[in-house]
Design a protein around this ligand. Structure first.
Ligand code: ADP
Ligand code: ZN
Length: 514
């Protein structure tokens, strides 16, 4: 048996490597740089932990997740591996003690934060050690294209310059090409071997549903899955609290989790979830990083995630045991607006807007969702998956030209000054006070869309937005504007194909515009 297999059995109790793990380990042991891309839960840690155990000296593991270092180190120690961490949460006394052990060669794996790694003190410390490997975990943080950019990561180029003979292994679950390129160039990796495992998680069913009657849908979903454990991701802290309360009132054992809770409270709720005391957790994206719970049977996105990477990472927390698990994403126009506002207030607007658009397209598209996901990660799926809502329910398109014309005509008559909510109220003939006082009830299309429910209008407008007929003026109260293509529709020069809403049994009955 090889030294690597021996160590796997001895320290981790496993009999076999997963695909790729052994190849990565051998490459590192030969002194090569490596880029490892594996989905969350794929088993990245062992790829550098085993070389660290086998080789003489110490492996430096860089990880931005300070909160998780302690867990990882404790896990390793419980397995009999001497590991420790250095970060800003420790007193200088504690740090001095660890440094002493390092210099005495008593530590095989040292976890550090990126800040620590790029500090001068740490550089001088490393000169006194026999560093055998750098493992850069969550390496996508190096790239502004990744979803979790950390500026300190960009300073790590110095490793290769100062320690040219120490191999570097970069690991991430984010695979897009730009991110890969950034990782390789910023770390100065020397002709790295690339190890990319498939991102396909065929045991996860994928469903995207219109974001309406969400609570009712969730209750129905839970009724079909009694006693199963799952996560409901919400956009806001308030939403996690509200939803958990509504669920409890409906007799469902659910808790909430967000970064506004105290550290103790968060730890407790996480523990309760892991131990199945509270099977359901309503959480912001703060929840789940590094949580190793294999029997999460479903993940619901109560709101649209901000991009495909986040979505993939979050649904990836379901079904880690390889058994069937379900995912459900509620998609609504109001979430798109919220995200766009967040993005406008942030840095890297262009990239973030583009990524948001990609996930909208994913939600809107009527082709196999797994095909879209995998192609996003650079993989090609030959056959439709048969395990997503589009495969199970191929949607019908219908001639939505008249619906579009009604909406566009109202937009024009409202002088492109109103947002979707008001537009729909006008189309549906609402007698809301400000509609009357502004004289919107006088325009020709007032009430022309009564036969379509408010939420269905939202879905249609979203489709029209994504089809490029409408734009939203975020700097003008989200007022809807028409594009040239919309004008062609109004003049009867262009046909609009819309997707049937899932709830609809037949084509909506539409009265012609007078
Ligand atoms: P990642 O960092 O890629 O998200 P981890 O390294 O945390 O994944 O591994 C995920 C889980 O898989 C852990 O519980 C780990 O112990 C387990 N695991 C890793 N390699 C193997 C293996 N060869 N055999 C069985 N289980 C493994
Ligand atoms: Zn499919």
């Amino acid at each position: 048996m090889s030294a690597a297999s021996n160590a796997l059995k001895k320290y981790f109790g496993y009999d076999k490597f997963r695909p790729l793990q052994e190849k990565v380990i051998n490459s590192i042991l030969q002194g090569n740089d490596a880029l490892v891309i594996m989905p969350t839960g794929g088993g990245k840690s062992i790829c550098y932990q085993i070389p660290a155990i086998i080789m003489e000296g110490v492996t430096i593991v860089v990880s931005p997740l300070i909160a998780l270092m302690k867990d990882q180190v404790e896990g390793l120690r419980a397995n009999g591996v001497s590991a420790d961490y250095l970060n800003s949460s420790q007193t200088s006394g504690e740090q001095a003690e660890i440094i002493e052990k390092l210099i005495a060669g008593q530590i095989k794996l040292l976890y550090v934060s990126p800040e620590k790694l790029v500090s001068q003190d740490f550089y001088y410390l490393m000169l006194q050690l026999k560093v055998n490997l750098f493992a850069v975990d969550e390496a996508h943080c190096i790239s502004v294209w990744g979803h979790d950019f950390r500026p300190e990561y960009t300073k790590m180029a110095y490793l290769k310059k100062q320690f040219p003979h120490v191999p570097i292994v970069a690991l991430t679950a984010t695979a897009d090409n730009l991110t890969q390129k950034d990782i390789v160039s910023q770390l100065n990796l020397a002709d790295p071997e690339r190890f990319i495992s498939s991102f396909d998680r065929p045991n996860l069913s994928l469903t995207v549903a219109p974001g309406r009657d969400k609570f009712k849908s969730i209750l129905g979903f839970l009724r079909q899955r009694p006693h199963q454990s799952g996560i409901i991701y919400c956009l806001s802290r308030k939403a996690t609290e509200g939803l958990a309360e509504k669920l409890r009132n409906a007799g469902v054992n659910a808790a909430y989790y967000h970064a506004g809770l105290s550290a103790d409270e968060r730890a407790k709720r996480q523990e309760d979830f892991i131990n199945d005391e509270v099977p359901i957790i309503c959480a912001t994206i703060a929840f789940g990083m590094g949580i190793d719970k294999s029997n999460v049977r479903w993940v619901i996105h109560y709101n649209l995630p901000r991009n495909i990477e986040s979505y993939y990472q979050e649904i990836g927390r379901a079904g880690r045991d390889g058994l069937k698990a379900d995912t459900l994403l509620f998609y609504s126009f109001s979430d798109v607006i919220v995200h766009r506002k967040f993005i406008d207030e942030s840095k890297l607007k262009e990239v973030s807007h583009a990524k948001l658009e990609r996930i909208q397209q994913f939600c809107d598209a009527q082709i196999c969702r797994r095909k879209i996901l995998l192609s996003y990660f650079g993989e090609h799926l030959e056959e439709d998956c048969g395990n997503c809502d589009v495969c199970k329910n191929p949607s019908q398109l219908f001639d939505g030209t008249i619906i579009a014309q009604k909406a566009f005509s109202a937009v024009v008559r409202l002088k492109e000054q109103v947002a979707a909510g008001t537009l729909i109220d006008v189309l549906r003939g609402s007698s809301r006070q400000d509609i009357i006082s502004k004289g919107y009830n006088q325009i020709k299309t007032y009430g022309a869309g009564k036969d379509i429910a408010h939420q269905d209008w939202q879905q249609y407008l979203l489709q029209l937005l994504n089809l490029g007929y409408i734009t939203v003026a975020y700097d003008h109260g989200n007022a809807l504007r028409l594009t040239e293509q919309a004008k062609e529709v109004l003049f009867g020069e262009r046909l609009v194909k819309l997707v049937h809403l899932a709830s609809m049994k037949s084509e909506p009955v539409i009265k012609p515009i007078e």
